[in-house]
Design a protein around this ligand. Structure first.
Ligand code: PRP
Length: 197
């Protein structure tokens, strides 16, 4: 039987785009690729830092990091980009920063839930490189390439998706739906209610 909470969230979902099972399989694949790609980090005496970007990436990150088979440290940042609607890459606002004094010894893998315009990761990766990290790469659960406004390609990607309004598995609409265990398409009447004449 469904709980009231689950029912009240799921009734707003038009369709399931990516199921919990698909997310499990996708994180198996990504974790294997990542573990292989960062073998040299450990062999060469550096540290792998898995940098989760709050809040949307938390569910994806939790599923992914436990499957990575090489030693790694966990860090968190909260950032947002602004400057949308312009031709520039915009700026980034840091709400919670990464405070490390050993950046030259770190290979940082930024973990994101979604790449949309690309502004957030474009600016964040540039900033971490400028601060002196040994390397900065990115993994995203979802990528919407059709929405790109700056040139940015994630190093590891779970699924490329069409330009649909998706929520769940960390993704929100007005802070709701993050706790759904799948990625679903939100019914249009939720985010674009019909105007009454
Ligand atoms: C979302 C998402 C990415 C960013 C992607 O974060 O988690 O960080 O937007 O968009 P972009 O490619 O257009 O920059 P949001 O600012 O909504 O914060 P949240 O993770 O707390 O929901």
């Amino acid at each position: 039987m469904q709980t009231t909470n689950s029912y009240s969230l799921e009734k707003d979902i038009e369709s399931v785009l990516i199921s919990e099972q698909q997310i499990r399989e996708m994180t198996d694949r990504l974790a294997a690729d990542i573990s292989k790609a960062y073998q040299s980090t450990i062999e060469e005496g550096r540290k792998l830092v898995l940098l989760t970007i709050l809040k949307g990436s938390v569910l994806f990150s939790a599923e992914l990091v436990k499957k990575i088979t090489i030693p790694a440290e966990l860090e968190f940042m909260k950032v947002s980009s602004y400057g949308a609607g312009t031709k520039t890459s915009g700026e980034i606002r840091i709400h919670l920063d990464l405070l490390r004094d050993d950046l030259p010894n770190l290979d940082i893998l930024v973990i994101e839930d979604i790449v949309d315009s690309g502004r957030t990761l474009f600016r964040l990766t540039q900033m971490l490189r400028n601060r002196g990290a040994h390397s900065v790469k990115t993994v995203t659960m979802l990528d919407k390439p059709s929405r790109r406004e700056v040139q940015f390609v994630p190093d590891f990607c779970g699924f490329q998706i069409p330009d649909k309004f998706v929520v769940g598995y960390g993704l929100d609409y007005n802070e709701e739906y993050r706790t759904l265990p799948f990625v679903g398409v939100l019914k249009p009447e939720i985010y674009a209610p019909k105007q009454t004449p």
